[in-house]
Design a binder for this molecule. Structure first.
Ligand SMILES: [Zn+2]
Length: 77
């Protein structure tokens, strides 16, 4: 299951905001807040990439979350 929200430190896993690798048990390299999001980064390289253009990655995460949520655009009435 996809989870980019790193605001819950007890979450079973969270995905790296850049490479989408699953990070288990709070083993992230860094957490960065941007707007309403607190995202996790798995390594120094991903952190660097994220910080170069955070808005682009946040937007991608928001899109992925929306698509995969029960309230997303593919919900059937
Ligand atoms: Zn990563």
């Amino acid at each position: 299951m996809s989870n980019f929200d790193a605001s819950n430190p007890d979450a079973e896993h969270v995905q790296c905001a850049v490479c989408e690798k699953a990070i288990k048990g709070g083993q992230w390299f860094a957490r960065i807040s941007h707007g309403q999001w607190l995202v996790a980064l798995c390594c120094p390289l991903c952190t660097e990439v994220f910080e170069a253009k955070p808005a682009a990655y946040i937007r991608r995460i928001e899109t992925l979350s929306l698509l995969r949520s029960p309230e997303g655009p593919f919900k059937q009435d």
